[in-house]
Design a protein around this ligand. Structure first.
Ligand code: PRP
Length: 195
């Protein structure tokens, strides 16, 4: 069955930027490093008040699912969803469409994001969380895509850096809600964007 959806999906790919095994390897490394850092920072307290990994819906779901399982420490999971107003409004206008369910005052937060592009989303989330007085806020981004950065954000952990302005999909990243379930990260063909 070659002319099914899977074949079509892979056909839209220009080239693979990070393979499934490269991602798996990097996620394992990140998980180890982040865990060690929190163990050092929190000591015994890690059992009473574990860090909270906050994933941004929807793109970060797949990365967070793998990263959390690569972290051999107590960890809580939480999710937020942040969206731009409308489709074509100015990129600075963001709103929280799903807030955290848990209070974060005094807690250690690890924001987990799939990609940082302009930086607007993370800057907005950081402001929002800092206003609630957490003990610390760190950021882990799988992809640091630098060419369109408009807001400076300090990334504590980065999976891969992307210096070209390619339209990337896969491993959580979408184009028009599709391709999130590709197991690799790839640049999308121009023809797939315009048709
Ligand atoms: C994407 C991505 C980041 C954000 C990065 O989310 O998941 O959250 O854009 O862009 P920025 O640095 O320019 O703010 P999107 O709004 O596409 O939603 P999604 O997570 O549902 O894909």
């Amino acid at each position: 069955m070659l002319h099914d959806g899977a074949h079509r999906m892979h056909h839209d790919i220009e080239r693979i930027l990070f393979t499934e095994s490269q991602i798996a390897q990097r996620v394992r490394e990140l998980g180890q490093q982040i865990s060690q850092d929190y163990e050092k920072l929190l000591g015994e307290k890690i059992f009473r008040e574990p860090p909270i990994a906050v994933g941004l819906l929807r793109g970060a779901v797949i990365f967070l699912a793998d990263l959390a399982r690569a972290m051999p420490i107590p960890l809580e999971l939480a999710f937020v969803a942040i969206s731009s107003y409308g489709m074509s409004s100015s990129p600075g206008e963001l709103r929280v469409v799903k807030d955290l369910e848990v209070p974060v005052a005094g807690r250690h937060i690890l924001i987990v994001e799939d990609i940082v592009d302009t930086g607007q989303t993370l800057a907005h989330l950081q402001e929002l969380l800092n206003a609630r007085h957490p003990a610390s806020v760190k950021i882990c981004a799988l992809l640091d895509k630098t060419p369109r950065r408009a807001r400076a954000v300090k990334l504590d952990y980065v999976g891969f850096t992307l210096t070209e302005d390619a339209f990337v999909v896969g491993y959580g990243l979408d184009y028009a809600e599709r391709y999130r379930n590709l197991p690799y990260i790839a640049a999308l063909k121009q023809s797939a964007i315009t048709t």
